[in-house]
Design a protein around this ligand. Sequence first.
Ligand code: TXA
Ligand code: MG
Length: 289
Amino acid sequence: MRGGGLVLMPTETVYGLAGDAADARAVAAVYEAKGRPSFNPLIAHVADVGMARRIARFDARAEALAARFWPGPLTLVLPVADPAAVCDLARAGLDTVAVRAPAHPLAHALIAAFGGPVVAPSANRSGRPSPTSLADALEETGAFVQAALDGGPCAVGLESTVVGLLDEARLLRPGAVTRAQIEAVIGPLAEAADDARRSPGRLTPDAPVRLDATAPQPGEAWLSFGPAGAGPWNLSPTGDLAEAAANLFAYLRAADRTSPAGIAVAPIPHEGLGEAINDRLKRAAGFVG
Ligand code: TXA
Ligand code: MG
């Protein structure tokens, strides 16, 4: 990574494609590997809050959220403090920066050993589901990396929650930390502007995705949920939203690999983690972004 190389890095959410945040050549290689049509700003991953304070300006809300949820699946968008530490290309030219301290021990060890912030978008090619195992990550962007760390399957399986703290606190991307958990620390979150909510882009399987289905139609793969669910891809037989989140991307991939006429998905309750799951499902169905 010090020479500009890229590494597949496990995190508790999804596998990331990691590179030196300060090195514009490394960041360009990340965009190239993802095949991103546009340069979305990337998250600077840090070892701890001390490293984060060197690159971003923390206010009282940021301190409170970091104290409660780091290391963990929460990303904070803050004013940039050191524009060279996270290069312009990584920030898409903005004077803000997204920071997160991941909880996975291998991610932490890699960033701490590297000694500076690391960009790590999800390791999928643009427009595809995020990889939640090393095998999936290698299939997506393995051809572009110099090394890969095997951290096993991702415990959370959904990307981090992104909260903007520039003026009003805003939920920019629902994720593993729920709205209610954040509001319990800093009070009510404002709604994100439409374009901000679109920012993570689409993650489209090849097969069309049909949401809120009560049963599969002939030829459709079936992602079920709950005790009444059936088939090989029951997101959670007990109706547990955390288990459903952890299985979501792997099951979408597995279903898509069977080249079905479509993928039908059972309704997922819109509470707690269900907000993030339904956000990703809407993207998979092409309704957002
Ligand atoms: O769980 C995760 O966050 C994973 C793992 C690997 O850590 N990473 C990830 O990165 O999902 P990426 O690049 O796929 O998503 C970055 C998100 C996007 O929604 C992007 O728009 C937002 O963070 N973001 C980054 N910088 C921003 C900024 N300055 N202002 C607003 N949004 C920003
Ligand atoms: Mg992504």
